[in-house]
Design a protein around this ligand. Structure first.
Ligand SMILES: Nc1ncnc2c1ncn2[C@@H]1O[C@H](COP(=O)(O)OP(=O)(O)OP(=O)(O)O)[C@@H](O)[C@H]1O
Ligand SMILES: [Mg+2]
Length: 509
């Protein structure tokens, strides 16, 4: 790591000082006495386990929540924010994980949304000027975006850049990114890093939240570690390495990250034979034995999630068969799949996973009500008890089984989804990016969980974009490219390089 990639901006000026911030939600003390200082022209990473208080802190900065006590100082003057607009006006822009752009408008229209440049005639806007300003602004930061492109047609990475340009058009001096890379492909991540480095060069203060500690070490100047709502450490990144950061985060050493696999594989449990779907994938065949964890690798867009969707009856299959314990299944909908004993943990927990407005307990028992004998009449006490036991097993941080799903931190929502399928006792479980957005400790728990589930004889399909975890936990790795299976490898007989190569490169046959 060279220091030249780090900030060389004058670090004497603090762009932001948050002092002694505390915040509770009912009985939950989300933040206690947190002080957080960010210098102009630096990237300051905020790390911590799920529920540590990272999002709460930046939401206070962005005027979404009011702190119970403490103060916010921006470029030397004290501010109190009653709403996000006041924070925006003071120069704080937040780039949310689920971007909130107007999809049907162009990049330039989004950049100036609510802030339009007036035209010559009354009640008109000067679209041409907005396009030009957007282009100029993007150019001055070395960003590549097309101002006239409609946002709906842009890739996630481009949308992020549009959000950032929008922040710059509002003269942001502090830009906050909460897990910005969790839905980006590897090349988009590289580009975002370039964008962030350009922001830093121009003197913007960037607050950067991520669970990917490699990114922090690569990108950030300083790091503040939160644990249970308190600052436990703050230091220049050059003085830290990943094991140190992890130790501050979890308060102990995390050794043996991946559980040892000693499961005896049984008979073939799942057979997918020549499956094609209307959604991208064709001629997919593979087997999973009882107790086996089979990984699926591939680039974004290779069709990994689509395989899961076809098996689970979300996408229509145009050909092929799925056999479970030698029985051919007929699956035309997710409810068919569930009653056949298949579970799917979706990658997008917000859109296709949880019902965030509903109590956690309901989210957990939803697909299992029939099995629990509660299809007609639900016994709330029993439901709570079941959910509570699972929460304990996965160490979910919540205010109780009746707390709404959206009161949980992002990572704890992911665990809630795991709890649901743990309860459903499926024979064949498909995990689509289950560790996205969860902290290192919880990741380890998920791996243990996969290992235990396999140990109980379940067949597991594990889709992941992170090769180290595929290599850490699977028995076999399927590699996909452009909707097809291009390799089926024994994990111990291949390498990350080989898998990456197979996923990316067209082969001459
Ligand atoms: N709106 C809310 N209502 C009730 N509790 C909340 C609310 N928002 C956050 N909390 C609680 O505050 C604590 C801190 O949550 P926060 O979202 O800040 O964590 P985080 O560090 O961002 O975690 P993650 O890495 O999982 O996103 C958690 O215990 C969470 O359940
Ligand atoms: Mg968060």
């Amino acid at each position: 790591m060279s220091t030249s990639t780090k900030s060389n901006y004058d670090r004497s000026a603090a762009a932001l000082r948050m002092r002694r911030i505390s915040k509770s939600f009912g009985p939950v003390q989300a933040l206690s006495d947190v002080s957080f200082t960010v210098q102009a022209g630096t990237v300051h990473a905020l790390v911590g386990e799920n529920g540590a208080g990272k999002s709460t802190l930046v939401k206070i900065l962005a005027g979404v929540y009011k702190p119970d006590s403490g103060s916010i100082e921006i470029a030397g003057s004290v501010h109190t924010f009653d709403n996000p607009n006041q924070a925006l006006a003071a120069g704080v822009s937040m780039i949310y994980q689920d971007l909130d752009l107007a999809e049907h408008l162009t990049a330039a229209e989004n950049v100036f949304l609510g802030n339009e440049l007036p035209g010559k005639l009354p009640f008109t806007v000067d679209y041409k000027a907005m396009v030009q300003k957007t282009a100029e602004l993007a150019e001055s930061f070395n960003f590549k975006i097309a101002p006239t492109a409609v946002v709906a047609e842009l890739a996630t990475g481009d949308c992020q850049v549009v959000e950032i340009v929008k922040a710059l058009a509002r003269k942001a001096s502090i830009i906050v990114m909460d897990e910005p890379t969790s839905s980006l492909s590897e090349s988009e991540v590289d580009r975002l890093f370039e964008v962030v480095r350009n922001l830093r060069r121009k003197g913007i203060a960037v607050v950067y939240i991520s669970h990917r500690l490699e990114e922090i070490v690569d990108l950030a100047d300083d790091v503040t570690v939160l644990r249970d709502g308190r600052v436990v450490h703050c230091e220049s990144v050059t003085k830290l390495d990943i094991p140190h950061i992890v130790r501050y985060m979890v308060g102990r050493e995390l050794t043996e990250f991946f559980p040892s696999r000693s499961v005896k594989l049984g008979n073939v449990r799942v057979r997918v034979d020549n499956m094609s779907s209307a959604n991208r994938i064709s001629n997919i065949s593979f087997e999973i034995r009882a107790g086996e964890i089979v990984g699926v690798a591939g680039l974004v867009g290779a069709g990994r999630t689509e395989v899961a969707r076809a098996i689970f009856g979300i996408d229509k299959k145009t050909s092929g068969a799925i056999l479970l314990d030698n029985q051919e299944l007929s699956i035309d909908s997710p409810s068919d799949a569930i009653s056949c004993g298949i579970a799917l943990l979706t990658e997008d927990r917000k859109r296709t996973g949880l019902c965030l407005g509903l109590p956690c307990a309901w989210n957990v028992t939803l697909p299992s009500l029939e099995m629990l004998g509660m299809k007609r009449v639900i016994n709330p006490a029993r439901e709570n008890k079941i959910a509570d036991a699972l929460a304990r097993r996965l160490s979910i941080k919540w205010q109780g089984p009746q707390a709404p799903g959206d009161s949980l931190s992002g990572g704890n929502q992911q665990k809630l989804l795991v709890a649901r399928w743990l309860l459903a006792e499926a024979k064949f479980m498909i995990f689509d990016e289950p560790t996205r957005g969860i902290d290192v400790g919880a990741k380890k728990e998920v791996y243990l969980l996969l290992n235990n589930l396999a140990g109980q004889g379940k067949a597991i399909l594990f889709i992941s974009s992170e090769l180290p975890e595929l290599f850490g936990i699977t028995d076999r790795i399927l590699v996909m490219r452009r909707g097809r299976l291009v390799a089926n490898l024994k994990t111990t007989e291949t390498t990350q390089e080989e898998v990456m190569h197979l996923a990316a490169v067209e082969q001459n046959r």
